[in-house]
Design a protein around this ligand. Structure first.
Ligand code: CP
Length: 304
């Protein structure tokens, strides 16, 4: 039995398999319509979500399975003080696989150590979000046709942006990937990602506060929301929240084949006028997330 807590729990070969499986699901959805008949997915979300929870649930329904959903911590026994470990043991009695989102870093890992079914980390605090990375990788694969030889700009809240941490980890295993890290000083990438992933692997990177200066060199621009829910101080959030707002004017010097990504939800950081730009791929990411979660559920349930 395997869980996926960190994107590095999956090898490069397994990521390729998942991308191939997702592409096959897109091409032949009927082939997969009953693959999980009789199986149940539990979605345990202790933090708000639109895309991740509903795409996991859509994924399981499209595989012919069923879903048990807990979308609000307040309506579960966590509100009475039940531990993550006991919750995981309990849900293992009802479901074949668990997707868990939790505000505390490491909570899905604790769940996986106590559950008797596979656990998928659906986002833990400001730490990791491996299934968003699966959505991102399918998007990059379909847009660029490769994961190597690319320059990727990450812009916004690189400190608390868990999707950034997981995607950097995933891309660190490919050749000639350059990272351009664009953020205010206060929201720079945490040292455990910079030192343990980027520097440890001798990867090329630059840090800057100036998005427009680096725009012409980017193959991918990954915008992020400033994560209000992680701030201790509302004043700091208000000061930093509009640090970067992508507009059509700011894209004038970008490559014609730039891929513009965002894990969503968006607040202000991409103007809606950019949605008309054919390079905007953030709603493709949303759909790709469902297909990659279908592929991951099949893999972890060992469905052929
Ligand atoms: N990208 C993402 O995690 O979106 P939700 O918070 O809506 O699940």
């Amino acid at each position: 039995m395997r869980s996926v807590i960190d994107i590095l729990d999956l090898s490069v070969e397994e990521l390729d398999e998942l991308v191939a499986c997702a592409n096959d699901i897109i091409a032949n959805p009927d082939k997969y319509a009953h693959k999980c008949a009789g199986k149940k997915l539990a979605t345990l979300f202790f933090e708000p979500s639109t895309r991740t929870r509903l795409s996991f649930e859509a994924a399981m329904y499209e595989l012919g399975g069923n879903v048990l959903s807990m979308s609000d911590a307040k309506s579960s026994s966590a509100a009475k003080g039940e531990s993550v470990a006991d919750t995981a043991k309990t849900i293992s009695c009802y479901a074949d696989i668990i997707a868990m989102r939790h505000p505390k870093e490491g909570a899905p890992l604790v769940a996986s150590l106590n559950a008797s079914v596979p656990v998928i980390n659906a986002g833990d605090g400001g730490h990791n979000h491996p299934t968003q990375t699966l959505a991102d990788l399918l998007t990059i694969s379909r847009e660029k046709g490769r994961f190597d030889n690319i320059t990727v700009g990450f812009c916004g809240d690189l400190k608390f942006g868990r999707t950034v941490h997981s995607l950097i980890s995933a891309l660190s295993r490919y050749e000639n990937v350059k990272f351009v890290l664009i953020s205010p000083e206060e929201l720079k990438l945490p040292s455990y990602v910079k030192k343990d992933i980027i520097q440890q692997n001798n990867l090329e990177y630059v840090q800057t506060t100036d998005l427009e200066a680096v725009m012409p060199e980017l193959d991918i621009l990954y915008m992020t929301r400033v994560q209000r829910e992680r701030f201790f101080n509302e004043e700091d959030y208000l000061r930093l929240k509009d640090s970067y707002i992508l507009t059509p004017e700011k894209l004038e010097n970008a490559k014609p084949d730039l891929t513009i990504m965002h894990p969503l939800p968006r607040v202000n950081e991409i103007s809606v006028a950019v949605d008309e730009d054919p390079r905007a791929c953030y709603f493709k990411q949303v759909l790709n997330g469902k297909y990659m979660r279908m592929a991951l559920i099949l893999k972890l349930l060992e469905v052929k």
